[in-house]
Design a protein around this ligand. Sequence first.
Ligand code: SF4
Length: 330
Amino acid sequence: MTNKIATQLKAVALLSGGLDSRLAVRLVQEQGIEVTALNYITPFCTCTAKSSCRLEAKKAAEEYGVKLKVFYVFEDFIEIIRNPKHGHGRGLNPCLDCRIMMFKNAKKYMDEIGASFLVTGEVLGERPMSQRPDAIGTIERESGLSGLIVRPLSAKLMEPSLPERQGLVDRSRFMDISGRSRKPQIKMAEKLGMNDYPCAAGGCLLTDKDFAARLKSLLEISPNPTRNDIMLLKVGRQRFMDDTRIVIGRDEKENFRIKTLARTGDILMEARDAVGPITLIRGEVTGDIVKKAAQLTIGYGKAKDEPSAIVSYFSVGDESAAKQIEIINS
Ligand code: SF4
């Protein structure tokens, strides 16, 4: 007598924590398929500590009883931002290459755990760069997942995937959503009794034109930035001069953040007698750069109305050797 043990069908799902990916997980899970969720975090996510994608994905995974694996992407992603095969979107967002990178990683994970297909919350036409039919085809092909991606939210508008054709999943229980309206998703969420989900999934700073310009300037002087370099890019006013960057705080909170992010060798400065910004210099420090940074420190502070002002500064790690420079306001 043979002893056959039925194994549950496994799938891997991309779970950002937003409504679309939550729905996709639920629609597949409902069919008795064991789902493992993957969450990708980049340093460009716009989420905050209080409301992070990771936190939302964790909440969703706990609620639906699925295992969650979180991947932090950085070095490979920076390389992709610098040289995307498929170009950038309206900012410095290499969406196609970014999705290919994530999907390739997901495929590796699928192979490791013996999952039969990948599930995503993609909606046809919702995102201009990566969710057009031709882009979807490119991403599938180049990630090695042709035919193996199930998109429960738009499945009925697309060619059936392999798992749908093989009857591993019931296509008739999927949806036919396209475009940017959220109404069908909200209706389906109500039907499935899902009432605790964030309004929208987190955004990506790379699509923001101002941030993209900052990042471009940073990559010109520092092609291999550290995480700290990127975090610093999100704070204050930024000036790039030759091989040096100057960061000027805009309020108390930013001043504090700049001090927290300062590394050994950075210069920190502030006006001696007035309330104003904390300024950080990172890179080559010349007399001209110190003078420029001091002028900016005064120019954005209350001392700008005085005939002259003193700026104190020191090199982080060598606080005892603090110096001063006088700025004459014209
Ligand atoms: S918006 Fe950002 S995170 Fe999303 S696919 Fe594009 S580059 Fe990647």
